[in-house]
Design a protein around this ligand. Structure first.
Ligand SMILES: *Cc1c(COP(=O)(O)O)cnc(C)c1O
Ligand SMILES: [Zn+2]
Length: 422
């Protein structure tokens, strides 16, 4: 017994390890789940009461739910008030997807601009619990930005492996700015992931990718906070993009645990949206169920992943929640993004796979127009300024380009330009 009120259970063979085992996988190679010992009772009223509190843990949209997330001693916790993200209701976006209403939980409005902060606060706190001096991640960008920032705040050294030349500038800039040792690997994300896991195992560095089960625990709070935003009404559908598949694993695990604890009495259905050029889950789900890695290719770099680490846990959760898996093309992602952006909300490309996917599922009749649907926008619009400028200057095909206009430096010329319809 470790003294920690949880155990680690293998998702493949059900082997059990102590809660403080310094490992990310079972001996069989399977990924691990945090299984909590249910020792305290919690209620929606308790979580609502904490919204009025000034205590740092209560003010975090992750640690507010600590009994369900990670009941860890406060002295290890590294938080920066993550979560507390807005739930936007845009008529324009709802009309675009064919729904009466659509809620968009904007996880891009987290401290480093993506939902990764929710898993990073729990992961980094465990790094402190273990007394780690160094942490490492492989990343398409947002994980490295988040790890770099939280490591700096925790006083730890961070190392990030990123795929050479395929990272959005906002994300690379953050990793450098927050002081991560940044290694550009001559390969893709899947190569970087393999290498960082080996390095961490061989050199005793703490791995903070979503193979780390404590990352998943923090990310469950997206769903908890979404339900709290809805005054504990369970939506009919929750829709989110899928890359490494950690986030949908977290969402479904969290919903099942809320139901087991009696806080909700029904489960939402879940839809995972993949880019058609990075669709191993979609292929397996609509095929024989077996994961076959693909060579990933999509403009949405955050989901450009061909060998998803959390595949088994993701499929398990989707089965339990009546899940569906859809795919969308880069053109569909960019058109949906132009709508989300022009609604004044804005999000990075991978996030907008959510909106493109909802539109497709409504058109197919899978989601009825009067359903209560909430989508997760995973990252901030400023993460990938290159894609935005390329789209609006016609370097990508699209119907909603809003290019800048060059004009002479006098007001007559400017008024002439502005008097024309765009
Ligand atoms: C990480 C990330 C994803 C993919 O989440 P997974 O847990 O890897 O499926 C999607 N969008 C953004 C912006 C991300 O940063
Ligand atoms: Zn196992």
């Amino acid at each position: 017994m470790s003294g920690l009120p949880w155990e680690l259970v293998c998702a493949e063979c059900s082997s059990v390890y102590a809660g403080d085992a310094f490992r990310y996988r079972c001996d069989c190679g399977g990924t691990l789940d945090v299984q909590h010992a249910v020792t305290t009772s919690v209620s929606d009223e308790l979580f609502d009461d904490r919204l009025r509190s000034k205590a740092p843990l209560d003010r975090s949209g992750v640690w507010r739910f600590r009994e369900l997330v990670l009941p860890l001693s406060e002295r290890y916790v590294c938080t920066r008030g993550e979560g507390n993200t807005p739930l936007y209701w845009s008529d324009r976006v709802a009309r675009y997807v064919g729904l009466n209403q659509l809620g968009l939980k904007h996880e891009g409005e987290n401290p480093t601009g993506s939902f990764k902060d929710r898993g990073m606060t729990t992961g980094m706190s465990m790094a402190r619990y273990f007394g780690a001096e160094k942490v490492a991640v492989a990343s398409t960008g947002n994980t490295s930005a988040s790890a770099a920032a939280y490591a700096a705040m925790a006083g730890l050294e961070s190392i990030v492996f990123i795929p050479d030349g395929q990272i959005a500038y906002g994300k690379l800039g953050q990793a450098l700015a927050y002081g991560a040792r940044t290694v550009q690997i001559a390969g893709d994300f899947d190569d970087a992931m393999r290498l960082v896991e080996r390095m961490c195992n061989e050199d005793g560095i703490y791995l903070l990718n979503s193979v780390n089960p404590f990352r998943i625990e923090g990310q469950k709070a997206i769903g908890f906070e979404l339900l709290q935003d809805l005054d504990w009404t369970v939506p009919d559908w929750i829709v989110l993009p899928g890359g490494n598949l950690g986030n949908n694993t977290a969402l479904t695990k969290g919903m099942l645990e809320l139901k087991a604890r009696g806080i909700i009495s029904k489960l939402p259905r879940v839809a995972v949206i993949q880019a058609s050029g990075a669709n191993p889950l979609h292929r397996a789900w609509h095929g024989d169920g077996v994961l076959r890695p693909v060579k990933a290719d999509t403009i949405a770099t955050a989901i450009k992943i061909g060998a998803p680490v959390s595949f088994t846990k993701s499929v398990r959760g989707l089965r339990a929640l009546g899940g569906v898996v859809e795919q969308v093309t880069d053109t569909e992602i960019l058109e949906a993004k132009a709508v989300v952006d022009a609604a004044g909300i804005g999000a990075e490309p991978a996030s907008c796979a959510t909106v493109a996917g909802v539109r497709k599922l409504v058109a197919a009749g899978t989601i009825p127009p009067d359903a209560l649907v909430c989508g997760v926008l995973t990252g901030h619009v400023l993460k990938d300024p290159g894609v935005v400028v390329d789209y609006h200057t016609g370097k990508h095909p699209g119907t909603r380009a809003n290019p800048p206009v060059r004009v002479a430096a006098n007001l007559d010329a400017i008024r002439t330009v502005l008097s024309k319809h765009p």
